[in-house]
Design a protein around this ligand. Sequence first.
Ligand code: NAD
Length: 495
Amino acid sequence: MSTTTPLPPSVIGHWIGGETAGAADGRTLDVTDPASNRPYAKVARGGPTDVARAVDAARTAFPAWAATAHHERARLLHRIADAVEERHDRLAAYESYDCGLPIGQAWGQARRAAENFRHFAGVITALGEEAFRQGEEQLSYVVRSPAGVAGLITPWNTPFMLQSWKLAPALAAGCTIVLKPAEWTPLSASLWPDILTTAGVPAGVANIVHGPGTEAGQALVDHPGAPLLSFTGSTTTGRHILRSCADHLKAASMELGGKSPVVVFADADRAAALDAVVFGVFSLNGERCTAGSRVLVQRPLYEEFTRRLADRAAGVRVGPPSEPATEVGPLVHADHYRRVLEYVRTGREEARLVAGGERPAHLPEGNYLQPVVLADVPRDARVFQEEIFGPVAAVTPFDDEDEAVDLANATPYGLAAYVWTSDLRRGHRIAHAVDSGLVWINSHNVRDLRTPFGGTKASGVGREGGARSIDFYTESKAVHVALGEPRRPRLGGGP
Ligand code: NAD
């Protein structure tokens, strides 16, 4: 399929049917650099016409891709992983420049994205289909077929890696896709066309439409030609998208926000717990869905731990994202920066500010913030209840196990939780009692891609990871075969 709208220079275009294209009506959006908030590029501003073209391209490519043998799709996924790894430096530079991610942390992004492709190549190769036998009477077996065109909508934090987390299982399962990246951070998605083409993925199998969520995103959600929608983003948007999906009876997978607790008992390995807390809430600029942003500390350790956490926060090196020594870079966008600063202001009223909260003096422009520690945070405080999505830790004391669990579960969210204790039986008890999709005991955010990923309560609907992702992107059909003479009730045949 050919889309012919000319592309002006320095515009990040859509990618539809294997060709780069501007928006049908020629409109663009400015893309800003978070270190200066100055526009450095434009991105195509997609709307319903662009989405319709992309869905058409994906529908055209679907039959051949769906019919491609699973081992051939797996081979292509490995080649995509190779192509991602080959662009390691460029990807890190793009994510760092566009999102403000410290370059030292952006270097891991290509490896993680490539891992996603290799993982789902393995899953699709190993996955069997089920069979059930009822004695000699009947055999039932299940066939999976790709569900069609999948709409993928992704957020601005670690955008390329999160796109790969959806692209890999969708392509492995035999779906064709239309991806709508976040409008604030479109730069790294511009690497996909070269990566997918180099790997040999046929034109139209993967398509990208940029633009605002309310225009391009909503058009994708509402397009009847894409029966699946996988979304990662905020709970507010997810709730709205789920309502729209209900109108179209679309299957939806929702990976949403979090306000994850880190429960630190007095018997914990204090140094390890402190390192993990600091990394868990301040790495990736605190813009991480599984950030341990509520630090619950047992009272005998509380004062000491809070003081040491404040010292470490004050020592975090805030700086330009391109400098290797930088530990926290500028927040992604001026609007988000204002929102986080507003939470810091609220936090000063609701709790005790013990570190950070100001723009570092040596960084007069850009979205820079010295990491924040708020102590004595009550459970009904907004900074305890609401996702801030920035480098802000809320610290609260607890007395015993029951209170720890009660506080851990006292928000609308349920994505991740972390427990630090040298009593492993207690670690398991807490892990089982906390209402969340993920728990780590004496560890930070180390993933195993075979395990289910997702949240409870306001943090999501459904789980992805391993075979669960393939379940989402495929339809199952049960085929029943009579082996013997089936019982044959006769109606209308008389006595
Ligand atoms: P967001 O909800 O504002 O936007 C996410 C995506 O949805 C963007 O591409 C946006 O353009 C699009 N969108 C917005 N309105 C839409 C609409 N009406 N219809 C269709 N699409 C629409 O989220 P964000 O600010 O980009 O990302 C941060 C959020 O993502 C945080 O809440 C974070 O916790 C969450 N997140 C969750 C996970 C997870 O796995 N659970 C991972 C990363 C981020």
